[in-house]
Design a protein around this ligand. Structure first.
Ligand code: CP
Length: 306
């Protein structure tokens, strides 16, 4: 299958604000084609250089972008906060423009600062893909989560997804809420009041502080890690108490026999999720990881193929 002529609503992928249902479906369809027949796309980005700029740690996103670029025939270069001239004080703008002078055409950017990918897009002629900026957006995570849901359920619009945990500090939650609502799914967010942001009423979601109520209502529970690195003060008494009130256990799976579990990773076993739930047959966590490659292939090809 040839890659469809690029017709996404934006030339970069910075967040999903401008993405319509048609954009989301185009990414899903392209990812499915890439997944079924990767060999047919092995030269889609022949000669293109994809730079991964990760200024925060990553296992899944960085590795799957690198695999996706390779499977499309692109060359990859990688820059991080350590081991680059960033440690000598080089700015983000100068780093990007240096890589552009070295022929990089696509920039995959992860940064602790919200808006970092937008900033990069203002300073390059290349294509910019946000791989997570602060607590703001992680669009490709939401796209691979949608892809995972479409692989397991007939229609995303008929689903009720509960996003449970540290919503305040979660870029994954923000991007998933946007994508799921755009496709018509029902979304409930659940967590302690201290971990739910004030502006949730603008996001067209149900809100509850009761894990039981959230699990009674949903088809899928999307669990989130407590982002302790982004929390400035203690927002709950202890990890043990968090687990007791909001952690998903095998008892919950027994009570809700159709419930499936998602988690963007990395998981903290024993905090937001009991270890046995991570490995349970109704956990879709490793599917999510695996789907990162075809979905990121699709994004790269739709945005960067000539
Ligand atoms: N889900 C996610 O972004 O994981 P990494 O931090 O490992 O990339």
């Amino acid at each position: 299958m040839p890659i469809p002529a690029a017709s996404l609503s934006t030339s970069h992928l910075l967040d999903l604000k401008a993405y319509t249902a048609s954009d989301l479906e185009q990414v899903m369809d392209t990812a499915q084609a890439m997944h079924k027949d990767p060999a047919s796309h092995a030269q889609s980005l022949d000669g293109c250089t994809v730079a991964t700029l990760f200024f925060e740690p990553s296992t899944r996103t960085k590795t799957s972008f690198q695999q996706a670029a390779r499977r499309l025939g692109a060359r990859g270069v990688s820059v991080g906060a350590s081991g680059s001239s960033v440690v000598k004080g080089e700015s983000l703008k100068d780093t990007v423009q240096t890589l552009e002078a070295l022929q990089a055409e696509v920039f995959v950017v992860r940064h602790a600062a919200a808006g970092a990918a937008h900033f990069v897009a203002q300073h390059t002629e290349g294509v910019v893909i946000n791989a997570g900026d602060g607590a703001r957006a992680h669009p490709t995570q939401a796209l691979l989560d949608l892809y995972t849901l479409t692989a397991h359920y007939p229609a995303v619009r008929d689903l009720h997804v509960a996003i449970i945990g540290d919503i305040t500090h979660s870029r994954v939650a923000r991007s998933n809420i946007r994508a799921l609502r755009t496709l018509g799914a029902t979304v409930t967010v659940c967590g302690p009041p201290t971990l739910l942001p004030a502006h949730l009423s603008d996001m067209d979601v149900h809100v509850t502080h009761s894990l039981q109520d959230a699990l009674d209502a949903c088809d899928v529970a999307m669990l989130l890690r407590l982002q302790l690195e982004r929390q400035r003060t203690g927002l709950f008494p202890s990890l043990h108490e968090y687990h007791t009130q909001f952690g998903i256990t095998t008892a919950h799976l027994h009570q809700h026999p159709d419930l499936r579990i998602m988690h963007p990773g990395p998981v903290n076993r024993g905090v937001e999720i009991e270890a046995a739930v991570v490995d349970h047959e109704r956990s879709m966590i490793l599917d999510q990881v695996a789907h990162g490659v075809p979905v990121r292939m699709a994004v790269l090809a739709l945005l960067a193929a000539l």
